[in-house]
Ligand binder design. Structure first.
Ligand code: AR6
Length: 173
């Protein structure tokens, strides 16, 4: 049975799932947006764990424990900064989702929540980013039974509507 894909509006730091994904930067040493919220909620141990990872390439993903979060793990990925779409942004954004899922599977995670990577500070247009997010996750999860639940965690009602429309257009749902 394929993973259940759904969009919700929530604070990702409150979700009781195996893993939440962080939209981090190359240093992995914290920042604003969802990154700042995750570090605040997880506590200072998260920054200590991130220091040991020695940064992360754009499009790659690395894992730490969730410390004080309800989620057992945090998967830190680094989305591309939007420069108009001709500088490899779509491929790099897709890579964030692919690598995050691969790392999750390596660690036996079954439920995962993604924020809308790159669509805040990094300026990626929401409709394009959400299409890449849903299409990439769907392509990987549709034929697997080791991932049970993928949540696209939206921060605004507008973002939720965008994700919902894309999910509603997927086949066999
Ligand atoms: N829960 C869920 N989504 C959230 C939350 C939250 N608590 N807080 C914000 N969002 P952004 P980026 C949404 O800017 O564009 C950081 O400084 C937000 O509304 O967090 O990938 C990093 O250190 C938006 O929809 O990430 C990097 O330097 C989405 O999360 C840089 O920002 C992503 O917005 C990364 O920029």
């Amino acid at each position: 049975m394929a993973a259940d894909l759904r969009a919700i509006r929530a604070d990702i730091t409150a979700l009781d799932v195996d893993g939440i994904v962080n939209a981090a930067n190359n240093s992995l040493l914290g920042g604003g947006g969802v990154d700042g919220a995750i570090h605040r909620a997880a506590g200072p141990e998260l920054l200590e764990a991130c220091r040991k990872l020695a940064g992360c390439e754009t499009g790659d993903a690395k894992i730490t424990p969730g410390f004080r979060l309800p989620a057992r793990y945090v998967i830190h990925t680094v989305g591309p900064v939007w420069h108009g779409g001709e500088r490899g942004e779509p491929e790099r954004l897709a890579s964030c989702y692919r690598r995050s899922l691969a790392v999750a599977l390596e660690h036996g995670l079954r439920s995962l929540a993604f924020p809308s990577i790159s669509t805040g500070v990094y300026g990626y247009p929401i409709e394009r980013a959400a299409s890449i997010a849903v299409d990439t996750v769907y392509a990987i999860t549709r034929d697997r039974n080791d991932l049970t639940s993928i949540v696209f965690c939206c921060f605004s009602a507008g973002d939720l509507a965008v994700y919902q429309a894309i999910l509603d257009d997927l086949p066999d749902r």
